[in-house]
Design a protein around this ligand. Structure first.
Ligand SMILES: [Zn+2]
Ligand SMILES: [Zn+2]
Length: 340
């Protein structure tokens, strides 16, 4: 039997003593799911073990009959020979870190999943969990990633919208449909005009509202609401809507202004690459300092790094933070293909 509680396999991180995978890449019998983004919760698992909000988001995407075993925050549940508990990861609503401890003792493992420690009224705040071995994501694990205050960014978005509306230009913000979109909606000022959302956002946005997250009134952007939105509204949509006839129908008298909201906008050139007029730096992942804080507060002596800038971040931890660190192979998309 492996001395490591978790081992990387072709399907994802596997816990032999607990009989489960964490965020598998392919369907498995039992998946412990950190959060509802599809690269962490593939369709077709026999069972998803997750928080209640994650279960709601999974069901809104994959259908109401998904088998989800929901665990209360922080409450240990036994699987095989290990105890598992879920703790807020601060990434999107319901996102959890997974704490694992064998019933006969030994090192405590924590898997952060995607995580952030910023202010975000649409998600449970990140909780530091002490552990011996930490598995952390490093999507933005380079010192060039330093996020501005989210409130500042959200007020920039409102200012931009207000300026566009004064010129009869529709504002279009592209962002990921689950999590980031709702965080953005929560920061919009509805007194500036109507807020339209793409069909892909309707389901997750309703799940957020049902969970008690306060969001401004939105209308589904479509043929029947186009006139209302043209020139003065803001439309939030996924990046896939860029350049489509769907988006063009909302054009105001003086056209439209487009923006992309993502941590990737911190890199010059990405905005141009996305073909948008503006880039707003709003991420649902921790930036460089955020990642370091999470590692330090965990007091972990071994840190596995996955997702994104793994080599650089792992090396920094070894050389400057004095922890044992290793890279965990991960075939997920590592740049704009992923949520950012
Ligand atoms: Zn995610
Ligand atoms: Zn991810």
């Amino acid at each position: 039997m492996s001395t490591n509680l978790l081992v990387p396999t072709a399907k994802g991180l596997y816990c032999e003593r607990g009989g489960f995978f964490i965020d598998p890449r392919r369907p498995v019998a039992r998946a412990i799911t950190t959060h509802a983004h599809t690269d962490h919760a593939p369709p077709g698992c026999d069972q998803y073990v997750c928080t209640q909000p994650t279960a709601e988001l999974i069901r809104s995407r994959y259908g109401p009959n998904q088998n989800c075993l929901t665990l209360d925050w922080g409450k240990p549940h036994q699987f095989g020979e290990v105890m598992v508990s879920l703790h807020p990861a601060g990434h999107i609503m319901g996102s959890a870190q997974i704490r694992i401890e064998a019933i006969d003792g030994g090192p405590v493992w924590v898997v952060t999943g995607d995580c952030k420690d910023d202010d975000d009224p649409t998600t449970e705040p990140f909780e530091s969990v002490a552990c011996d071995v930490l598995i952390i994501e490093s999507t933005f694990g380079l010192p060039i990633y330093h996020w501005p205050e989210p409130e500042t960014v959200l007020s920039q978005i409102n200012d931009w919208w207000s300026t566009n509306a004064a010129q009869e230009r529709t504002s279009v913000v592209m962002t990921y449909a689950v999590g980031k979109a709702q965080r953005l909606l929560a920061g919009l000022d509805p007194s500036l005009g109507p807020i339209g959302i793409h069909g892909a956002l309707v389901g997750p946005t309703e799940v957020y509202r049902a969970a008690g997250i306060e969001l401004p009134e939105t209308i589904r952007a479509g043929r029947d609401t186009a006139t209302e939105l043209q020139g003065r509204g803001i439309i939030v949509c996924p990046p896939s809507a860029a350049g489509t006839p769907w988006i063009r129908r909302f054009s105001g008298k003086d056209g439209m202004e487009t923006a992309f909201a993502s941590g990737w906008m911190a890199v010059r050139g990405r905005q141009r690459w996305r073909g948008v007029d503006r880039g707003f730096i709003l991420s649902d992942h921790a930036d460089w300092n955020g990642l370091l804080n999470i590692v330090r507060n965990s007091k972990a002596k071994r840190v596995g790094v996955t997702h994104g800038s793994t080599e650089a971040f792992s090396r920094y931890l070894r050389e400057f933070e004095g922890v044992e660190s290793f890279v965990l192979g991960d075939q997920r998309a590592t740049s704009d293909g992923d949520d950012g």
